[in-house]
Design a protein around this ligand. Sequence first.
Ligand SMILES: NC(=O)c1ccc[n+]([C@@H]2O[C@H](COP(=O)([O-])OP(=O)(O)OC[C@H]3O[C@@H](n4cnc5c(N)ncnc54)[C@H](OP(=O)(O)O)[C@@H]3O)[C@@H](O)[C@H]2O)c1
Length: 350
Amino acid sequence: MPNKIPVGVLGATGAVGQKFVKLLENHPWFELTELAASDRSTGKKYAEATTWRQYTPIPEQVKDRLVKPCEPTLDCRLVFSGLDSSVAGEVEENFARAGYFVLSNSRNHRMDDDVPLLVPEVNPDHLDLIRSQRVKRGWSGAIVTNPNCSTIGLVMPLAPIHRAFGVKRLVVVTMKALSGAGYPGLSAIDMLGNVVPYIGGEEEKVETEPLKILGKLDGDAIRFADFPISAHTNRVFVEDGHMECVSVELEKKATPDDIAHVLSTFRSLPQELRLPSAPERPVIVTAERDRPQPRFDRDAGNAMSAVVGRIRECPVFDIRFTVLSHNTVRGAAGAAILNAEIMKAQKYFD
Ligand SMILES: NC(=O)c1ccc[n+]([C@@H]2O[C@H](COP(=O)([O-])OP(=O)(O)OC[C@H]3O[C@@H](n4cnc5c(N)ncnc54)[C@H](OP(=O)(O)O)[C@@H]3O)[C@@H](O)[C@H]2O)c1
C-alpha cells in the first residue's frame, strides 16, 4: 500500500525479530520492507536464515526476501531492533545518526538520560526527550526504547497504583519464561524440572527501569521516581509469559477492592487514540483464585494486556498481587510497535 510507512527489522532472525515479522504482517500503518541480521544470515532468503518458531506460517511476502546486513542503507524510514545486546548499542546509534527512527528492545540505551524508555500508557510525555537527544548528539534520527520484558509487566499495574496511592517500597519475584532468553536459548537439560534463580543483569534492570518510567519529565531530564524496589528473578520451565509476584507498601492506605478498581478502570492515551496495537484494557483484573497462569492468560488483549490476579492484603507490606504479561509481545515486539504507533499519531514521522 503506497501510504504505509516502510519499516525494517534489525535482528529479524531472532525470537523477537520473528515476532516483529509476524505482528507487522498485516499492520495498517507500517509495511515491512527490510530484514537485517548478522553475517551468518546476510545474503540468505529469510526462510532459510531463520528457524521459524511462530504458530502461524512464515508470511509469504517475506519468505524469499534476502536478509541484509545491519547497515544504515536500508530502504525504510524506521527500524525495529531485536538485536542482541552485544551489538545493539553501536548499530542502533549508526542508524539514528543516519536519520532513522530506531525502536529498540535492547538494554543498551534504555537508561541514557536523553533516550525515552517508553510505555505509551504510562509516560507518553517522555517522547519529548527526542528533541534534546537530537540536539545533543547531532542526529537527524532518534532512538526510543521499550523496557525489559519483566519491567513492563510490573509497571503497567504499578503506574495507576502509584498515581492513586503512592508507592513507598516494593518487593517483586519474577518467574521468567524460556523464550525470554532468545532462540535456541537455554539447554533443555539445564531447564527440565528446574528453576534457575539467577538471570545476569536482570535484577538491576527491574530495580531501576520502573523508576525512570514513573519519573517526571522536568525540562530536558527525567526526575526518577523515588522508592526502593527489591527484585528476585528466576527462569522457569514455561515457554512464553512472565509471571511476577509483587508486594507493595503504599503512602495512602488502600483495600484490595480499591486496587482492583484503580487497575480495571485504568485507560490512557493509546486507548483514547485507538492505536492499532493498543489493548482495550491495559490491565485486566481476574478474580479467579488461581489465575493468572501463563498458558491461559498470556494472550489476553492480543497479548498486549497485563493480567493481574490474587490481589490481597499483605501482612508485611500493604498489598500483594500476581501479574502476567507476554514477554515477546507486550515485553518486546508488540511494545516497540505500539511505541511507533503513538509516535506516528503524534506526527514524529511526518
Ligand atoms: N526474548 C525476549 O522475550 C526479549 C524481551 C525483551 C527484550 N529482548 C531483547 O531483544 C534483543 C533480542 O533478543 P532475542 O531473544 O530475539 O535474541 P535472539 O533470538 O538471540 O536473536 C538475536 C538477533 O540478533 C542478531 N545478531 C546477533 N549478533 C549480531 C551481529 N553481530 N550483527 C547483527 N545482528 C546480530 C541475530 O542474527 P543471526 O540470526 O544472524 O545471528 C538475531 O537476529 C536482546 O537485546 C534481548 O535482550 C528480548
